[in-house]
Design a binder for this molecule. Sequence first.
Ligand SMILES: NC(=O)c1ccc[n+]([C@@H]2O[C@H](COP(=O)([O-])OP(=O)(O)OC[C@H]3O[C@@H](n4cnc5c(N)ncnc54)[C@H](O)[C@@H]3O)[C@@H](O)[C@H]2O)c1
Ligand SMILES: [Zn+2]
Length: 364
Amino acid sequence: MERLTVHVDEKPAYDIVLAEDYEGLGKEIEDIGLGGKRFCIVTDTNVGIHYIEKIRTILEPRSRSVITFQFKAGEENKNLDVVKSLYETLIVGDFERGDVLVALGGGVVGDLTGFAAATYLRGIDFIQLPTSLLAMVDSSIGGKTGVDFSQYKNMVGAFHMPRLVYANVKTLDTLPDKELISGMGEIIKHGLIKDRAYLEWIEDNARNIRTRETSILIEMIKRSCEIKRGVVEKDPLEKGERALLNFGHTIGHAIEKTLNFKYLHGECVAFGMIFAGKLSAMKGLIGEDDYALICDVISRFPFPDLPEELDIFKVIKATKKDKKMSEGKIKFILLKSVGDAYIDKKITDEDMRLAMEAVYEELE
Ligand SMILES: NC(=O)c1ccc[n+]([C@@H]2O[C@H](COP(=O)([O-])OP(=O)(O)OC[C@H]3O[C@@H](n4cnc5c(N)ncnc54)[C@H](O)[C@@H]3O)[C@@H](O)[C@H]2O)c1
Ligand SMILES: [Zn+2]
C-alpha cells in the first residue's frame, strides 16, 4: 500500500491511498471519522457491475445506511439532469450535512459526484474511488468538480476537496485498453512537464505498463500522483502554476472539438503534445533530439495515428474558445527543456500553424 498526503494551504487535507484491493478501505474511512454515516455510492453502468457490491459490503457494517445511485456511462451524462436526480435520491434517503458521497468510477463519475457533494446542503463530504487510469492520476486529485452544460465542457463546477482518494489499481484489469492508453496521455504529460527521468522510465517500461503489471502500474501511478499533487498544492485554485497541466491541451482540446469527439481526450492530448513539442523545438527551447524523444515515448503506446483529415485552420480557430485563456490571450504551455514546462502568452496563430504543418510534413 502506498500513501501520499495532499495539502491545502500547507495543511494536510486528504490522503491518496494506492492499494491492490479494497481490503484497507473500511479502516481508512473510519480513520477519517466517517464511520457510522449514511453513504451513497455513485457509479456508472460500466463500473457498477464490477465493483458496487464489493464497496457496499465494505461500507454496510460501518455505516448508518448505504444507498446507491447508478447512471449510464458516458461523458454525455455528466450533466445537471443527472445531478438533479442524484439530489432527489439523497433527499429521499434523508441525507444530512454529515453524510457522504462515494464516487466509484472514472473522471465522469468523480466530477459529477464531487459537484453534487459540493452543492448538496451547501457541501457534504465525498470520497473518490477512482477506477480509470485517468481518474487515478488526474481527475480524482485537486478538488476540481463539475459537469458539462449543453455543448460546453466543465462549464458549471466548484472546487471541493475529497476527504480521501482510495485507488485499487486492480480495478484497472477491467478498464478497456483504449481507456488505459488515453490515461497514458496525461501520464506522459507529467513526465514532460516535470520530470525527464520519469519520462525515460515510462519509455523503458512501456511494455510492462501495456501488459498492466501491477507493481509497475503502482510505481507509475504513485509518481504521477506526486507530480499532480505538487502542482495543485502550489496552486489550489488554478491561478498560475496549475496551467502547466494544460501542456498538450490547447491544441489537443481544439482537435477534440474540431473532430467532434471522435478521439478520446488522452489521445488528443498525445496529438497536442507532439505539436507543442515541435513548437518548443522550433522556438529553439528544446533540441530536435528531445522532440524525437517525445515522439518515441508516445509511439511506444498504441495511440491512434495523427488524423489525416485535420483542418489546421479550424483547429487554430477552436483554440480561441479555450476556457483557459487569460485576457483574450492563450496561455500556451511550452517546454524549456524535457521535464520543465512554462506558460507562454506570446504564441501566435502563425506559430501554431507552422508547428502543425512541420509535424505533418515530417510524416510524409
Ligand atoms: N476534475 C479534474 O481535475 C479533471 C481532470 C481531468 C479530467 N477530468 C474529467 O474526467 C473525465 C474523463 O475521465 P475518464 O477518462 O476516467 O472517463 P470516464 O469516467 O468516462 O471513464 C472512461 C470509460 O471507462 C469506464 N470505466 C472506468 N473505470 C472502469 C473500470 N475499472 N472497468 C471498466 N470500465 C471502466 C467508464 O464507464 C467509461 O466508459 C472527463 O469528464 C474530464 O472532464 C476532470
Ligand atoms: Zn487532460
